[in-house]
Design a protein around this ligand. Structure first.
Ligand code: BGC
Length: 383
């Protein structure tokens, strides 16, 4: 059995993690918190954190404050053409990326035409290489002025987000697949319950308010964007699916699944550099459980941090096989995006986790295709 014709194979990124040169609520937080994060990493190291020795020897490593400052990131803002050349060479026919709200609307109500033009060129560059764009409108970073009004705790953010969503989708009208919000629950959990990411507040009330506002933001943006030719959906971490999907079930044309680990952390002994268990069969169970929603499904993220590239090839092969099994059993799955095309800035963990099909040397910004990227290329070729 083969995947259905038109199945999308690609990789995903997000603006803050790869672009470089951003100014948003995260960059402000990084400036203040880099030193503390490095110190905490040193403590975790003393407790036996699972970092490979070579990560500690190589720059940037978890014990250095620079690791926690996104700075130039992978300089994808300037190198997107080179990066898409690589994606094309690797046989991809789609690519997921996000638009950075703080670039588009650096001040309330002032839309930056130059930045809109930048993303238009990005989309054009994808199309020229035969890559279908899947575009995320919000992947966890806020303009500083949104932060200043209380971020997503403020229901006003819903209106602002909807206005931004309308503006950008009208300006980039050739895009057929929009993802409004990436993993609303993971964001709310880390930022408002665990308090490990900005704005680092720990409050169940704030958490619930933020979840509610993100849900509303998705619903309103969906109403503003979707049409017969434009599909809109959300991406969700598999662990949190049911609750959220139920809320938005009438406001989505497709479901985006981000699958990394299975509920309860089940798995064999294989682990990523971040200590996450690899359990590829889990993706099959997740896909089967989503069948009841009766919507097309895209695996919008699936990947692992693996600096030595020891497991990545096998990881991709196994996950794709399980996805195929779900497709054989009539789950309407239509695409797979490996996370990530490039090594990038892994939020509060910084640069050390290496998720890329393509290795980035952060000193020279040189790109190097990892062997597993070729395994993925061959998997795509043989479908
Ligand atoms: C996020 C990515 C992140 C990845 C690995 C996903 O939950 O959408 O931004 O890099 O997980 O942690």
């Amino acid at each position: 059995m083969h995947f259905p014709r038109g199945f999308y194979f690609g990789a995903a990124t997000s603006a803050h993690q790869v672009e470089g040169g951003n100014r948003n609520d995260w960059t402000e937080w990084e400036k203040e918190d880099a030193k503390r994060l490095a110190e905490e990493a040193a403590l975790r190291q003393a407790q036996g954190a699972p970092w490979a020795d070579h990560i500690l020897k190589n720059y940037p490593n978890p014990l250095q404050p620079e690791n926690y400052i996104s700075g130039k990131a992978a300089d994808h803002y300037n190198r997107y053409e080179e990066d898409f050349d690589i994606a094309k060479k690797l046989g991809h026919n789609a690519h997921r990326f996000s638009v950075e709200w703080s670039r588009i609307e650096p001040e309330e109500g002032k839309f930056n035409q130059k930045e809109i033009e930048h993303y238009r060129k990005v989309i054009q560059a994808l199309r020229e290489r035969g890559l279908e764009p899947f575009v995320t409108l919000w992947h966890w970073t806020n303009p500083v002025w949104i932060r200043d009004i209380g971020g997503w705790e403020n229901p006003g953010a819903v209106e602002y987000f909807t206005r931004y969503a309308e503006k950008i989708t009208r300006s980039l009208e050739s895009v057929r697949y929009w993802i409004t919000i990436n993993e609303p629950e993971v964001y709310s959990l880390n930022s408002y319950l665990l308090g490990v990411r900005p704005p680092q507040k720990i409050s169940i009330f704030k958490y619930l308010r933020v979840v509610k506002n993100l849900t509303r933001a998705h619903q309103k943006a969906y109403e503003a964007i979707h049409s017969s030719s434009v599909k809109a959906g959300i991406t969700q971490h598999n662990v949190y699916f049911d609750r959220f999907l139920h809320e938005i079930k009438d406001h989505q044309d497709f479901i985006g699944v981000n699958y990394y680990q299975y509920r309860g952390g089940r798995g064999r002994n294989r682990k990523s550099d971040m200590g996450w268990s690899i359990y590829s069969e889990g993706i099959y169970h997740v896909l089967k459980s989503l069948k009841k929603y009766n919507k097309p499904i895209y695996v919008t993220e699936n990947g692992l941090a693996d600096a030595r590239d020891t497991h990545r090839g096998e990881f991709i092969r196994e996950h794709v096989d399980w996805i195929k099994k779900a497709a054989e059993e009539n789950v309407d799955v239509r695409g797979y995006f490996y996370w990530s095309l490039l090594d990038n800035f892994e939020w509060d963990k910084g640069f050390w986790p290496r998720f890329g099909l393509v290795e980035v040397d952060y000193k020279t910004m040189a790109r190097k295709i990892r062997p597993s990227a070729l395994v993925y290329r061959d998997i795509i070729k043989n479908q």
